[in-house]
Design a protein around this ligand. Structure first.
Ligand code: ATP
Ligand code: MG
Length: 445
């Protein structure tokens, strides 16, 4: 992509309304535009990040054997009357009436609708286990939308729903979700810690929230620092292997990690003092087993091997796709701007031309651009006639992890400069070597 032809409306000044760094940088880097409180347009740069986050979520869900679907944002109130949630859900639900005076709502979540799909088409235990998921916009009329996309009113969520014959099968689905989430967040360059969470007024159900440690997080969290040493890495996982998944889940749930809602002071104090940590955290996902809460009232039943009929065991599992764009910035930035992890960066590498209009420099930049494209990597090429300092400032602000700088002086000795946004370190090498190095970095991403 040539920057001269792109749409990247960067701001020089800090927007006054932004209280936290991710919101500030998303506005300054021209990623989003607020349209109403808590409702945003995604401009080209932001949209590329959002699509990358979505892609990783899709890949990891499908790796775990979960099946993508897409449900509408608008739902009929009658479905929610069946579960009893139409009246129970508070003012966060946006209620709408159509021209025929029918009550509708903009879905804040989709348990009822997915249960409706299930009961229409599934009758036998032989069709289980099954997990369906979608990535779709939700609307919650939050009292205090704030922090940009972190607490929006309209926001993008991955919501998945498992259907199983028994509690044991549903717990296997729970574990599949936990393990797939661990890899999902790591691929985004994040450490998201599963923490035992509060299951609400009913209690007794299993639930974990995934939290990214950050001073601007809205949750208070308490954990054993041993958990921050764990990493999922590139493990081969067989998602049908129950014992194998249980072992991974045990690894991550043994060290103490809880939100303030479930915090147990005496348990916490059993951890060696130097490992007792408390901090703030951003909730980027939640997994939840709730049994037959919806299948029973809504009649989602399956036949059993011995000829009976039982309501299915269910759970729902969410990832805050649009919130993640902000959470990643909270976890990865400096005073100059964003530092994208390779997994989600809007462009893998930027090219800065130090002397636009100089025949040899232009040709070298175009050659690098072409060579990267041939390797399936689309660079953002700053081909504008602007000062070097201004070009560097833009690149630093938008946070591409790698930059290739091309100028007449270096080219005289056949060299360009490859710079890491994270460390600021630069290395001189031939254009071919720079392309090869970037390709090598992204081969493992
Ligand atoms: P919160 O406690 O932050 O309000 P929640 O527990 O109500 O979130 P869930 O129903 O668990 O949210 O939704 C799944 C995920 O969707 C959350 O883990 C979070 O990452 C994301 N999410 C929830 N509400 C919002 C919002 N208003 N804006 C952006 N993302 C959100
Ligand atoms: Mg939650």
């Amino acid at each position: 992509m040539r920057l001269s032809r792109y749409f990247l409306p960067v701001l020089k000044e800090n927007p006054a309304e932004a209280q936290i760094v991710s919101h500030r940088y998303m506005l300054r880097a021209g990623m989003i535009k607020q349209q109403q409180a808590g409702i945003y347009s995604w401009l080209p740069l932001g949209y590329r990040v959002l699509r990358n986050i979505e892609r990783i979520v899709h890949e990891e869900q499908q790796r775990a054997g979960h099946i993508p679907v897409l449900m509408p944002t608008m739902q009929p109130a009658d479905l929610w009357r069946e579960s009893g949630r139409y009246d129970a859900y508070g003012p966060e639900m946006l209620r709408i009436r159509d021209r025929h005076e029918r009550d509708m709502l903009f879905g804040p979540t989709n348990e009822e609708m997915i249960t409706d799909i299930f009961r229409a088409h599934v009758e036998s235990y032989k069709q289980l286990p099954m997990t369906l998921y979608q990535i779709q916009w939700k609307f919650r009329d939050e009292v205090r939308p704030r922090f940009g996309v972190m607490r929006g009113r309209e926001f993008l969520m991955k919501d998945g729903y498992n259907f199983d014959l028994s509690y044991e099968d549903a717990m296997h689905a729970y574990n599949r979700h936990m393990v797939s989430y661990l890899r999902t967040y790591e691929r985004m360059g994040l450490q998201a810690i599963p923490m035992r969470a509060d299951s609400g007024p009913i209690g007794g159900d299993d639930t974990h929230e995934f939290l990214v440690l950050a001073s601007t997080g809205e949750s208070e969290v308490f954990y054993d620092s041993a958990i921050t040493d764990l990493s999922f890495g590139n493990r081969e996982v067989d998602f049908d292997d129950r014992a194998g998944l249980e072992a991974i889940v045990r690894e991550w749930t043994t060290p103490y990690a809880r939100t303030d809602e479930t915090h147990d002071v005496s348990l916490f104090h059993e951890i060696p003092a130097e490992r007792q940590k408390s901090s703030r955290g951003i909730e980027v996902g939640q997994i939840f087993y709730f049994g037959t809460k919806y299948s029973e009232p809504m009649g989602a039943m399956v036949t059993t091997p011995d000829g009976g009929r039982v309501p299915v065991h269910m759970g729902s599992h969410g990832i805050g796709v649009s919130r993640l764009a902000g959470a990643i910035i909270e976890a990865s930035h400096d005073e100059k701007g964003i530092i994208w992890p390779e997994g989600v960066t809007p462009f893998p590498v930027g090219i800065v031309n130090l002397k636009q209009g100089d025949g040899a420099t232009d040709a070298a930049c175009e050659g690098i651009e072409k060579a990267l494209l041939a390797k399936g990597l689309e660079p953002l090429y700053d081909d504008r006639e602007d000062r070097a300092g201004a070009k560097f400032a833009t690149m630093d602000l938008i946070g591409l992890p790698w930059r290739i700088t091309v100028g007449p002086r270096g080219l005289a000795s056949g060299k360009v400069e490859l710079t890491s946004r994270r460390t600021g370190e630069s290395e001189e090498m031939s254009p071919e070597a720079a392309v090869a190095r970037v390709a090598e970095i992204y081969a493992g991403v």
